[in-house]
Design a protein around this ligand. Structure first.
Ligand SMILES: NC(=O)N[C@@H](CC(=O)O)C(=O)O
Ligand SMILES: [Zn+2]
Length: 425
């Protein structure tokens, strides 16, 4: 039960590296410091790698139950562990949807059976995420729902959102919104801008997202609710969140790695591995997402890991489902593109992927504090590797980043004091 992780480097507030040991007892961190030892402890050699809190991903799709051909809880959590995640929140667009006590129990059972890291399921806001009949937030919270969302679809009726926000406020849980006005999708498959015209594909205008965020922050204000915006992608959305925060409304927001790394003009062809919801937007949208992270308008980074099969993604954007995988590439891509280039500090990136995400939901994870769960990862900042979708642990191969070269790969993942992923020698 006693372990010492020795010879690892932590990044301090000044973004400098310090060499430390970590004592682990009964799955918790009990000491951290240069001279830490523990009598009779098993030694885990850290080889001087970077030690980070295990990442926390508040937006993931595990597909089980119902869509096990795309991913299972076993493959999804193994993929997450490989990417350095130790806590993930699972979205409710499964079959069945976690919209009742019975379905929630079913999903909790599946998680207990096969997850290798911590999976915290969302409860849905409406039955079958169809936007019609409201769920019981009180009952689903009692079954362990981490927060409430109909992710995958937007809540079309303001009154439905408002009523559930009032309930959420009563039970102090966060309402998490995929913002998409169905009347403004226009059967689009990518951003309505320049590239969709060049490719002759129908576009989704930015307002499809931003008008619903603007509506929701006002509803959240009226309901006194805590409101979190999924995968912010447009500059108008950023402005709505920024203004709402300035007005004292309790709103938080996430951004996905792909929206920070890519823009519409990067889409090479009518290839469904570049199709996700929300779509890759224009350069000025991407720039505004970066500014929003840096000024605190956007609180954290979430992958929106959304696996689909090769067959579903084979044949162009029209007809293919939205979504790309994200667990196994998130950190190396962001580290390589934004930390190595000096745009962000290492500390900023780690915080956005761990403690800042956890704080939105009052989760005690994503930190290396004494007393915290020993959820930790070792990262080899010098390891450089070409992304190869064929080698993913996830069942999904749907990524636009295949062939990209990136540095900074997680090599060991420790969950509750136990190694759940270790890089093959
Ligand atoms: N993001 C996506 O493109 N797809 C997600 C749904 C979602 O997160 O909206 C999925 O479940 O496939
Ligand atoms: Zn979504």
């Amino acid at each position: 039960m006693k372990k010492v992780l020795q010879n690892v480097q932590v990044v301090n507030e000044q973004s400098e590296l310090e060499t430390v040991n970590v004592a682990i007892e009964n799955g918790k961190i009990t000491a951290i410091g240069a001279d830490v030892t523990l009598d009779g402890a098993a030694i885990i050699e850290g080889n001087g790698h970077l030690l980070s809190p295990g990442f926390v991903d508040v937006h993931t799709h595990l597909r089980e139950p119902g869509f096990e051909h795309k991913e299972t809880i076993a493959t999804g959590t193994a993929s997450a562990a490989k990417g350095g995640f130790t806590t993930i929140c699972a979205m409710p667009n499964t079959k069945p949807v976690p919209d009742s006590v019975e379905n929630m129990e079913l999903i909790n059972g599946l998680i207990k059976e096969s997850a290798v890291i911590r999976v915290l399921p969302y409860g849905s806001l409406t039955k079958d995420i169809s936007g019609e009949v409201r769920t019981s937030i009180e009952e689903l919270k009692a079954q362990g729902a981490v927060a409430f969302s109909d992710d995958g679809v937007g809540i079309q009726l303001a009154s439905t959102m408002y009523e559930q926000m009032k309930e959420a406020a009563k039970h102090d849980v966060v309402v998490v919104a995929h913002c998409e006005d169905n009347s403004l999708i226009y059967d689009g498959v990518m951003h309505e801008g320049t590239r969709n015209v060049e490719l002759g594909l129908p576009g989704i205008p930015s307002i499809c997202e931003s008008v619903q965020i603007a509506r929701d922050v006002l509803l959240a204000e009226a309901a006194g609710a805590r409101y979190h915006v999924c995968h912010v992608s447009t500059k108008e959305s950023v402005r709505a969140v920024r203004d709402a925060k300035a007005a004292g409304i309790r709103v938080t927001a996430e951004v996905c790695p792909h929206h920070l790394l890519l823009e519409e003009m990067d889409i090479p062809s009518d290839d469904a591995n570049w199709k996700m919801n929300p779509p890759l937007r224009a350069k000025d949208d991407k720039d505004s997402l970066h500014a929003a992270l840096l000024d605190g308008t956007i609180d954290c980074i979430a992958t929106d890991h959304a696996p689909h099969t090769v067959e579903e993604k084979c044949c162009g954007m029209v007809g293919a489902p939205f979504g790309i995988v994200g667990f196994e590439t998130a950190f190396p891509l962001l580290y390589t593109q934004f930390v190595e280039t000096g745009k962000w500090t290492l500390k900023q990136l780690i915080d956005w992927m761990s403690v800042k995400a956890a704080q939105i939901f009052d989760l005690p994870y994503g930190t290396l504090e004494v007393g915290a769960s020993a959820d930790m990862i070792l990262i080899d900042l010098n390891k450089e590797q070409t992304i190869n979708a064929e080698g993913f642990v996830s069942k999904g191969r749907n990524t636009p980043f295949n062939g990209w070269v990136a540095k900074g790969w997680p090599v060991v993942t420790i969950f509750e004091g136990n190694i759940v992923y270790q890089e093959a020698e």
